[in-house]
Design a protein around this ligand. Structure first.
Ligand SMILES: NC(=O)c1ccc[n+]([C@@H]2O[C@H](COP(=O)([O-])OP(=O)(O)OC[C@H]3O[C@@H](n4cnc5c(N)ncnc54)[C@H](O)[C@@H]3O)[C@@H](O)[C@H]2O)c1
Length: 337
């Protein structure tokens, strides 16, 4: 059996809906034979492990534990969806305090048990902030941590496909950047529809401005819509895309969507947000995003919203002041050392 790597891959939050789907997807995609499932809720975790055993996957060593030391020791790749999910009526930001504290502990555990981890994908919400906290407390390089932000771009693709009644594969390079929250920046200038720039379709009125605005709202509220339809937060699509991200970090197929990454440049400072990224065996790198003046303004607004959330976490005492971050993570201001 061919695997992308033989390294240990740990799924944190594996008893949950996303975690259990990630376990199955990772096994089906032959990422590695060494998969460890971790969750503090032991009975459900055992249930997930039993289900994976009953699939009869060949040539794999599936372990499970509620002991974080055992879970992380020797782990080279981690995806974490271990945290509370939002319920009807909640925004991702409502999860901030509880999940920020979970991220702090998770980062500290990574530092203690697997400081030489190669890549971590953070999924639990608000992912831009929990990812940032994980990065700072773990002490790993910024290139080693990404957050799941792709769903907003896949939802843009899907909404456009439904609107034009064409297959999603004919919508290319649909992109949202910035925060993975209701303040995301939905771009029009990157997308093509059957090879024609979406912007031209909007400018020519083929996609009337009012329809475009309504479509963008559906993209922004795509997660809320799943909660309304299914009675719970989405789990299949986040599970699949997170596994595609970690597979890229293992040297697999390039990841095709934006990812949340640590950004600290002339424009945006000390923040984690969705950018145009490339995830490879060497980690994540990003390119500067530049759209129309309106899009750039939206991205700026999204960044400012994230800064507010980050500052709330600092006021809560979960993160120290930005000037102190380098004491927890030597790479934070100097990724190349
Ligand atoms: N980034 C995204 O695009 C995206 C999309 C959907 C959901 N999410 C988020 O992913 C997270 C998980 O969603 P879900 O539907 O799997 O929820 P879930 O409630 O089904 O599972 C969460 C799991 O985390 C475990 N957990 C709780 N505290 C933990 C801790 N301290 N350490 C490790 N594990 C812990 C729970 O026991 C549970 O099994 C939520 O925060 C949700 O908002 C993110």
């Amino acid at each position: 059996m061919e695997f992308l790597t033989n390294d240990k891959f740990t799924i944190v939050g594996a008893a949950g809906m996303i975690g259990s789907n990630m376990a199955q997807t990772a096994l089906m995609m032959h990422l590695t034979p060494n998969i460890c499932l971790y969750d503090p809720y032991a009975p459900a975790l055992e249930g997930v492990a039993e289900e994976m055993f009953h699939c009869g996957f060949e040539g794999v060593n599936i372990t499970y534990t509620s002991d974080i030391k055992e879970a992380l020791t020797g782990a080279k790749y981690i995806v974490s969806s271990g945290g509370a999910a939002r319920k009807a009526g909640m925004t991702r930001e409502d999860l901030l305090k509880g999940n920020a504290e979970i991220a702090e502990q998770f980062g500290k555990d990574v530092r203690k048990y697997c400081p030489d981890v190669k890549h971590i994908v953070v999924v639990f919400n608000p992912a831009d902030i929990t990812g940032l906290i994980t990065l700072i407390y773990s002490g790993v390089k910024p290139s080693c941590v990404t957050t799941l932000a792709a769903l907003d771009s896949t939802r843009l693709q899907s909404e456009l496909a439904k609107y034009f009644k064409i297959p999603a594969s004919e919508i290319n390079n649909s992109r949202t950047y910035g925060g993975h929250g209701e303040q995301m920046a939905v771009f029009e200038s990157t997308t093509t529809v059957k090879g024609k720039p979406l912007k031209e379709l909007i400018d020519e009125g083929i996609l009337p401005a009012a329809d475009w605005e309504a479509l963008k709202t559906r993209v922004i509220q795509g997660g809320k819509n799943i909660i309304e339809l299914r009675g719970r937060s989405s789990f299949q699509s986040p599970a699949y895309l997170s596994i595609e991200m970690i597979a890229a970090a293992m040297g697999g197929k390039p990841f095709r969507w934006p990812a949340g990454t640590y950004v600290n440049d002339d424009k945006f400072k000390h923040i984690m947000m969705a950018m145009e990224t490339s995830i490879t065996k060497d980690g994540v790198t990003y390119k500067e995003v530049s759209g129309t003046p309106e899009e750039n303004k939206e991205l700026e607004k999204s960044y400012e919203h994230l800064c507010k959330l980050r500052d709330e976490v600092i006021d809560m005492g979960v993160l120290p002041r930005i000037e102190e971050w380098h004491k927890l993570n030597q790479y934070i201001d100097n990724p190349t050392i």
